[in-house]
Design a protein around this ligand. Structure first.
Ligand code: SF4
Ligand code: SF4
Length: 185
């Protein structure tokens, strides 16, 4: 029988509703289950699952990350972003960024000044960290603190983790082939 289209969690409201049905400390139980795959095994499955999930989620219908997170800025970002706003580097740094004690520089958010009508107004030139968010493909997915912080923020992370668990359950029960999961439009 053909697998029905999957109902992805697509935005912050749907994610909040989904999380409200779950145990508060669900992530701890999930991390224990993922150990069955091992860190490299999880990374391999995330590499397979992630593109499918990302293709199914329209970030302009969510923008949750742009409302609360402060993306780290690279040297390349700092060389590019001030001119977009017609500012010199010093003025840009003073008015648009925050610095950590370790010298990292972050774009101020809450929400980000470039978020306009749910979309990034500098999308083609957005910071590298924004383009890579939610950083699915960095090594050791299951051990990265930020992945679990973003599990309750980002529908992409949430859906990827749910797929991992469903796949793991399917393997144990001999039923689910992740390749059959097809995202709904
Ligand atoms: S990356 Fe995640 S939190 Fe950000 S807009 Fe897309 S789905 Fe929402
Ligand atoms: S620069 Fe664009 S993608 Fe990055 S946080 Fe701001 S609005 Fe979002």
């Amino acid at each position: 029988m053909e697998t029905p289209p999957r109902a992805w969690v697509k935005n912050a409201e749907e994610l909040r509703a989904e999380l409200s049905k779950r145990e508060v400390d669900e992530a701890t139980a999930i991390k224990k289950r993922l150990k069955e795959l091992g860190s490299e095994g999880v990374d391999a499955r995330v590499a397979a699952i992630g593109p499918k999930v990302e293709a199914a989620i329209d970030c302009t219908q969510c923008a949750a990350c742009c409302k609360v997170l402060e993306p780290e800025l690279s040297q390349a970002d700092l060389g590019r972003l001030p001119a977009i706003e017609g500012l010199g580097l010093v003025e840009f740094a003073r008015t648009r960024t925050e610095s950590s004690n370790s010298g990292k520089v972050f774009l101020k958010a809450g929400p980000c000044a470039h978020l306009k009508g749910g979309s990034c107004s500098i999308y083609a030139q957005r910071p590298e960290s924004c383009a890579d968010f939610p950083h699915l493909y960095r090594p050791h997915f299951m051990y990265r603190r930020l992945i679990w912080e973003h599990y309750t923020l980002c529908p992409i992370v949430f859906n990827v983790v749910q797929c991992l668990i469903e796949e793991l359950n399917g393997k144990l029960e001999g039923e689910t082939d992740f390749g059959n999961l097809s995202p709904s439009a």
